[in-house]
Design a protein around this ligand. Sequence first.
Ligand SMILES: [Zn+2]
Length: 221
Amino acid sequence: MRITVAAIPTTAPGRLLLCRTTVRCPECRQIGVFSAITPDIYFPEQETPWGKRKVHAGSRICLNEDCRAHVFVVCQNQKLVQAIPPERIDFDSTNVPARVLLALEEAIACHATECYSAAATLARKTIEEICEEGGAKGKNLEDRIKALGASIVIPQLFIDAMHDIRYLENDAAHVMAKTYGDVGRDEVEAAIDVAKEIIKACYQYVAIIDKLKALKKSATP
Ligand SMILES: [Zn+2]
């Protein structure tokens, strides 16, 4: 559910000025120093072997005028430890076909909520959708990735990485797999990074080149 705040209170108590937190907005994905819109809740300080722990929590609002999303934050010693809704990996959705976009957004949403096995499955689905959209044919995903690799300009390392995403999902999907425990935050982030690069090669480089061609044409007498 998306919650937005229409306006920041104009008579904010002075303490609000202290409650600013750097957050990547879960809605518009812009990063900024978000201001508090109500006084934070301060919990009693706790002594730990690592020093004093000061925890406070409260409401923040995205500074992007077109977004104004509400985010609840929990901070420890002035550093963000939890945002609700959680922060999400940023990506450029320009020219990305709807079915590819949906799979990638769901992978990123699962990553944000620490559901890494589900995120790995959706990262693989993103690759499947890219192959489908690109008309890459083959009897299985391995063959379709090879066909896609032959039709786009991208370093071979990324094509190899797409095969790794295929295996990653296998590990995530089969509970008995020995490597099941290996599908974690780092593996999923790497898979999403690869998917983003493939998306650039398939949909976004072409758009930039088309723009440059159009500029060239309009500049020609
Ligand atoms: Zn925002």
